[in-house]
Design a protein around this ligand. Sequence first.
Ligand code: FES
Length: 613
Amino acid sequence: MTIAVDFQPVGRNISVEAGVTVLEASRAAGVGLSAVCGGETGCGSCRVRLSSDAAVSPPNSMERDILSVEELAQGLRLACQTRIRGSLRVDIPPESLTAPQRTQVEGEELPFELDPPVTAHTVQLKEATQTDQRSDWERLSDALVTAGKVKPRGYPLGMVRQLPGILRENDWQVQMGLRGEEIVSVSAPDSPLLGLAIDIGTTKIAGYLVDLKSGQTLAMQGIMNPQIGHGEDIMARIAFVMKQPAGDRQLQKAVVDALNQLALDLCRQASMGNGNHADAGGVTPLQIAEVVVVGNTAMHHLFLGLPVRQLGMAPYIAAASAAMDVKANEIGLSVSDGAVVHLLPLIAGFVGGDHVSMLLATDISSDTGNCIYLDIGTNTEVTLTTGGRTLSCSTASGPAFEGAHIKDGMRAAEGAIERVRIVNNRIVVQTINDEKPVGICGSGILDAIAQFKLAGVMNPRGAFEAGHPLVREGERGLEVVLVAGVETKHGRDIVLTRKDVSEIQLAKGAIRAGIELLLLEAGLSADRLEQVIIAGAFGSFIDVNSAIAIGMFPLLPRCCFRQVGNAAGIGAKMALLSLSKRGEAQEIARKNEYLELSNHGEFTNEFTRAMRF
Ligand code: FES
């Protein structure tokens, strides 16, 4: 008997024989499901959520050891232990996917009502004849007035150029995108009314092409932010602008060019039916009627061409922080001539619209109790909700989790070590794509350090124990070999040094200090937290148990933690599709109490405490 298994969110279906494990089925389907120990030692890395208990074997003793009662009740299972007996859907949480399967754009989506700022109206025009010589644009304007709408002002040249072709190919019908009374796009009748949601991160950019009529995501893609060539973090980019004449224009052009290419790629993807939900037919960026952009304050300013120098010095004041609408063509975006770009409001110099967007997507407006929201990146934004208050801060966690400043560090790419376990005093690693190891990425580094702590390889200050069998004397002091040169792709040992541990100490210390200072401000202790919501690409792929083990996160039951993927991108999509969500975003920013940590009297104490493992 063959059984249908549907893997989501990767969208792969496969038929398997009854009795195979979910892990075996995922491999047959080509789904990159993490499985560090291959089912040998209960590493817990292969967690999946199943649609039906009845369609699989009951939890065995390993699963009952590894998974909490709450997790089992929520349908979580270990893929390597669970045997398939009937048709089912397998949802793979972001942290259980191996890196190539992650596009850095997926995230948890909550349902909401569509209420887009641009709506579609199709009009039938009278065909031009020898005796009716009105131009196409005049013909459209007249039809609008007849339909009780306002006559369009001026001549949006881009749309005027598109109109003759659309009318003659579609029997004199045209679909308009109307934003209030204003025409912002023209396209073929029944074509999708396109919107573009963009999350500009310091390192990566996520883009989503959306049909404003149905709310469906037609295509999504993650790309690197090309500004990275001018500095890996915000401060380095601000320094570039301060040193380089016209540096701000150079950075703006780099990001706008990248967004134009991204819009083109997304339209191609949607036109080929490779999008998530639908075959959108042939679509082009000129059909994009509305854009929403979110980003941290520096990315927001660089995108708009606003000055950033003042963001690099205390008191780090934004040039403008309210939600705003600007014409896309003023910024150089190659979308519909009439399209508007909406930018979500900023909270402060280092807490931007991307964090507001993350808070929107994770439904902060509903009563969430004592909850921490984290968006981990080179700067980590932290928000605490408690008793009707919302407090936020930003903390400089640096690029170590991106693999930067780590001796054998690398980004999450093929051959990167992404999971590490110490089993019987032996180091076991899992690499992306199961390739020969070439380096170690952030989630692997975090795992390694947690394992060092648990196996007594290092002390709580992060110093290696000289007598431990896994520790050796390296060129620059004590180090641990993760993979010997005979097993690596380049033939060199992959090691973690004391300096690497220090880099992670600084990063995790900054994040934990941010959490503790917000708790201090609210008069709460960490054990009163009910939930910790973790967003962002890195935060979604880490092993939460490792982050707890090294003290980056407070010691709370595993079920208190929720990894939600790229919530900033999902919030941008919500703002694209709903005017009331835009209002909600403004309310989130307005209610927020911002805490500046750079001059906070307790920062040094908390940071020093948080550096200990
Ligand atoms: S692979 Fe399933 S528990 Fe390790």
